[in-house]
Design a protein around this ligand. Structure first.
Ligand SMILES: Cc1cc2nc3c(=O)[nH]c(=O)nc-3n(C[C@H](O)[C@H](O)[C@H](O)COP(=O)(O)O)c2cc1C
Ligand SMILES: [Fe+2]
Ligand SMILES: [Fe+2]
Length: 391
């Protein structure tokens, strides 16, 4: 059990068992479910953990409170933060549950919990005696019922999924104890996979929270940012503006190596312009990482063959996900091999135009092996897109 500040304790757990978060996103380095105890004269617990880890969680809570808990604050009802509620209530049956109005209905549908539930409003304050907590509604970051809790005494924002990341807290919970760069990247991946669809609402939330004097960011996943909270706040502001750093993500797929032969030329062109480039593969890299890098950089160059009259299958799924995640406004180029009908690149370009992507011509479709002329055009495509992302 770690102390965050005087009277505030971390009682969360690490999950190294789940392979795919939400059944979708790989978490090779695990994830944490963060829960906190805040003590004034009265004691509040903020958010619980995913049910498989309830025993460890309850041990932490007992150590921190001897189960003297007056309030259970639920910022978010998604089961990674709420599913230990029933087991917790067995230990603290008289605790009052505080949550948003929408969360109240969800607690009934998910857990049949209706007793001792009090709804709180935007800006409402809870007096713990010696310290107060204020609640701010944070709809759609990540569900409609989500809120955040602000500790007025120490300036701690208990932000739930916002500012959260993948990766378990194996080496301590603070940004000054772990390598924050890894968590920084995992925050971008978590955001692009899970929160990105609601980016409009993240922007609203960031504007609203900007008036608070935040000294510590304590999310429900990943690091507690106490040394440099501004770093993660700045990242979130950037993410809420769709990030788009001046770099290029190259993603390619190839069945028989023809499309593959063009990749180096594209990358060389980008490098000539001194622009950062990340190269990923449609067959080997998980969509989680493809979406992350596409979110991160302004430029995207996609290489893939025609397959059954359309794009390579994994590319199709990626293109579909771009739409589902509302990944808008990139500068893009395309290359790829075909044998008879072609058309894959044109179809892909049409799909991303709906997301306001700027397509850089020509669509570099070629039959079979790339010619020297195609390789030269590919290099030029890399240069052009690199120049555009620098503008
Ligand atoms: C299962 C399969 C389906 C294909 N469908 C098409 C197609 O509909 N139209 C087309 O022009 N070429 C089609 N092709 C041919 C490939 O696009 C062509 O072989 C290309 O050179 C493969 O590029 P790669 O070596 O990068 O995998 C298909 C190939 C395979 C193996
Ligand atoms: Fe969530
Ligand atoms: Fe979560």
């Amino acid at each position: 059990m770690e102390q965050v500040t005087d009277g505030v304790y971390y009682v969360g757990v690490n999950d190294h068992l789940t392979e795919l978060f939400e059944g979708l996103w790989p978490i090779p380095e695990g994830i944490s479910y963060n829960s906190y105890i805040v003590k004034g004269e009265k004691t509040a617990l903020i958010d619980t953990v995913k049910i498989p880890f309830v025993d460890e969680f309850l041990k932490n809570v007992e150590k921190a409170t001897l189960f003297n808990i007056d309030y259970i604050i639920l910022n978010h009802v998604e089961p990674d933060h709420s599913s230990s509620l029933l087991r917790l209530l067995e230990k603290v049956p008289n605790a009052e549950i505080l949550c948003s109005n929408k969360a109240k209905g969800m607690l009934d549908t998910l857990y049949r919990v209706t007793d001792n539930v009090r709804t709180v409003e935007e800006g409402e304050t809870l007096d713990l005696g010696g310290r107060t907590l204020t609640f701010y509604m944070d709809p759609l970051v990540h569900w409609p019922e989500t809120m955040v809790t602000y500790d007025n005494q120490d300036g701690i924002l208990f932000s739930c999924d916002a500012f959260g990341s993948y990766k378990a807290l194996d080496f301590g919970i603070f940004d000054d104890k772990c390598d924050p760069d890894i968590f920084y990247e995992e925050t971008i991946r978590y955001f692009s996979n899970i929160v990105a669809k609601y980016v409009k609402y993240v922007k609203k939330a960031m504007d609203k929270l900007s008036v608070l004097d935040i000294k510590i960011i304590a999310p429900a996943h990943g690091l507690v940012w106490r040394k440099d909270p501004q770093r993660i706040i700045d990242l979130y502001v950037r993410l809420s503006e769709r990030m788009a750093l001046p770099g290029v993500t190259v993603i390619w797929g190839s069945m028989y190596g023809n499309t593959a032969k063009v990749v180096n030329s594209v990358v060389d062109g980008i490098k000539e312009e001194g622009v950062p480039v990340v190269v990923l593969n449609f067959s080997k890299d998980h969509l989680s990482y493809l979406i992350k890098e596409t979110w991160k950089h302004k430029g995207v160059i996609l290489g893939f063959p025609t397959y059954d009259g359309g794009p390579f299958l994994n590319t199709s799924y990626y293109l579909h996900l771009l739409k589902r995640k509302d990944l808008r406004e990139r500068i893009a180029g395309f290359f790829g091999s075909s044998m008879w009908s072609g058309r894959a690149l044109k179809q892909a370009a049409e799909q991303v135009q709906e997301l306001d992507w700027e397509i850089v011509e020509p669509l570099l479709e070629f039959k079979g092996l790339p010619t020297d002329e195609v390789l030269e055009q590919a290099k030029e495509l890399g240069r052009t897109i690199a120049r555009k992302v620098k503008e």
